[in-house]
Design a protein around this ligand. Structure first.
Ligand code: NAD
Length: 498
């Protein structure tokens, strides 16, 4: 008898529960089929509704890669288990993952990274870190523009409500799961306003959790230390892009990217998916490790209040690991006993449902109401808006004349600035090139020209007048950024070399 069809007698009666599932692309169908077989064996009351997400949806003409059936299913059932998706390169296709996370408001991406040494060979033998990645903001807003022949831009948007929500979530998660420390990682030595806000909000909120220790690290040394000294860390909260990179590093250090599961948590719904991608290099070969998706499904069961099934699956999976039954990505001579394919690995888990590991610590997820553990109160306190004063404008000009001589540009703009403005400086790629630039600084065709207002009562109309004069003089203003003070504090960065 195939192990996947064997009945597991330890299951208590549960009401039927429908879960929308998106198989995904590449290895997605194989690891999803293996995962669903384990879920069904552990809890026969689960049923699955397949929805269309990914390449098939793209090919049917949906630029979002997400079928209407998917939105309807998530709306009805409030969760989705999703396989990895291949985003087609170019052609205006948007990433399904980013669209789902942002449309559904899945603001917290939880990525536990655990080492199973000595049963799974790992770069670090002791590691149990949970990365809480902000999931909606940062450069992942995907707002990009080409502004000149040479220069492309991606906007990094960081908001106070977004920071408050994710940082509070990290502390609430630590409190609910008995974790002792939360580390914030950012790059606020360089990005003082955006990453600086994340760090500031972290410091404010940390004060409200005195029983949990907290610290901040710059993301570069933080990433290095996760790789070299993971026991220094417990929960890490960070911005979207850093969290994406950091969690792949942490997953590899813990053994394999193929082992890492994740949840994406929002107010009304949640999405569960492996950390890894669609691995087209090994698709269709029955060699992919389904563990990342399976552990994501375990997180989903906990989220849905199915603690018993989650505990049984997780313990059976630990049994398989400690017996050395390993997929190719974690197979190692001298450590592993037998190399299993994707489906055989799932069958080995099913055979062990109801058993507890004997060498590794067993898990025991507490029974709780659905969502109460992973859905803490992250409401954002009322905020008194600052007084905002317009004090000038940065005009970005696409200019390629006069041998890119900044003095020539400065001379022309100084006279066009008057009467509402003066020209304070010109930068190229953020570095001051006028007045008194360094000839060694590379000059592209994209110039940021800073015009402080002479009289701050003039308002935005003054900017329109300046832009008209620039246009009439033949300058190509490709973008403007208003310069504001908030309660008298400068709301814009200074130039390098200013
Ligand atoms: P990847 O994670 O798919 O693969 C990286 C390497 O890890 C490959 O060598 C692969 O064989 C291996 N690997 C990944 N998962 C594995 C598993 N379960 N078992 C064994 N080995 C595994 O990353 P990539 O190659 O950079 O991306 C491939 C595609 O996946 C791209 O189209 C990318 O956009 C997409 N992607 C999707 C998601 C998602 O859907 N959440 C996440 C990341 C990447």
């Amino acid at each position: 008898m195939n192990a996947s069809s064997a009945s597991f007698s330890h299951v208590s009666e549960q009401p039927a529960l429908m879960i929308p599932v998106a198989e995904g692309d590449g290895i997605g169908p194989e690891i999803m089929s293996a995962t669903l077989a384990v879920l069904k064996a552990a809890d026969p009351s689960l049923t699955f509704k397949k929805v269309s997400v990914g390449l098939k949806a793209y090919e049917s003409g949906l630029m979002s890669g997400i079928g209407e059936d998917t939105w309807e299913a998530i709306d009805a059932h409030k969760v989705i288990l999703k396989g990895p998706i291949t985003t087609p390169q170019g052609g205006g296709y948007k990433s399904v993952n980013v669209t789902l996370r942002k449309t559904l408001g899945l603001y917290a991406n939880l990525r536990p990274c655990v080492s199973y040494h000595p049963f799974v060979s790992a770069l670090q033998p002791v590691m149990d870190v949970v990365i809480v990645r902000e999931n909606e903001e940062d450069t992942y807003a995907g707002i990009e523009h080409r502004q000149s022949d040479e220069v492309y831009q991606c906007l990094k948007l960081i908001t106070r409500p977004g920071c408050e929500r994710i940082v509070r979530y990290a502390f609430e998660y630590a409190r609910a799961h008995g974790r002792r420390k939360v580390t914030c990682m950012s790059k606020d030595n360089i990005m003082k306003l955006t990453d600086g806000l994340f760090h500031k909000v972290f410091d404010e909120i940390a004060l409200q959790y005195p029983e949990i220790s907290s610290n901040h690290m710059i993301i570069d040394i933080g990433t290095a230390r996760i790789a070299s000294r993971p026991t220094d860390f417990d929960v890490v909260v960070t911005l979207n892009l850093y969290g994406d990179i950091l969690s792949d590093v942490a997953a590899e250090v813990a053994g394999s990217i193929g082992l890492a599961g994740s949840s994406n948590i929002g107010h009304d719904c949640a999405m569960f998916e492996a950390v890894h991608g669609s691995a087209p290099d090994i698709a269709g070969q029955d060699i992919a490790n389904p563990s990342g998706l399976l552990l994501s499904a375990v997180m989903m069961l906990v989220h849905l209040g199915r603690a018993k099934a989650a505990t049984d699956i997780h313990n059976a999976w630990l049994c398989v690991l400690e017996e050395g039954l390993h997929t190719a990505d974690i197979y190692k001579d001298g450590v592993s006993q037998r190399k299993l394919g994707t489906r055989a690995f799932a069958d080995a888990i099913i055979e062990r449902l109801g058993r507890k590991p004997v060498k590794m610590a067993a898990v025991d997820y507490p029974e709780h109401e659905p969502e109460s553990l992973v859905h803490p109160d992250v409401s954002i306190p009322a905020h008194i808006p600052a007084t905002k004063t317009l004090v000038g404008v940065d005009v970005f000009i696409n200019w390629d004349d006069s041998g890119r001589n900044a003095d020539a540009l400065g001379a022309a703009l100084e006279s066009l600035a008057r009467p509402e403005f003066r020209l304070a400086l010109i930068t190229n790629r953020g570095v001051k090139v006028w007045p008194n630039g360094n000839p060694q600084t590379l000059r592209t065709d994209h110039w940021r020209c800073r015009f402080p207002m002479i009289d701050t009562r003039l308002g935005t109309r003054a900017i329109s007048l300046l832009l008209m004069r620039l246009a009439e003089a033949g300058f190509d203003a490709v973008k403007t950024e208003n310069l504001y003070e908030f309660d008298g504090v400068r709301g814009y960065s200074q130039a390098q070399g200013e």
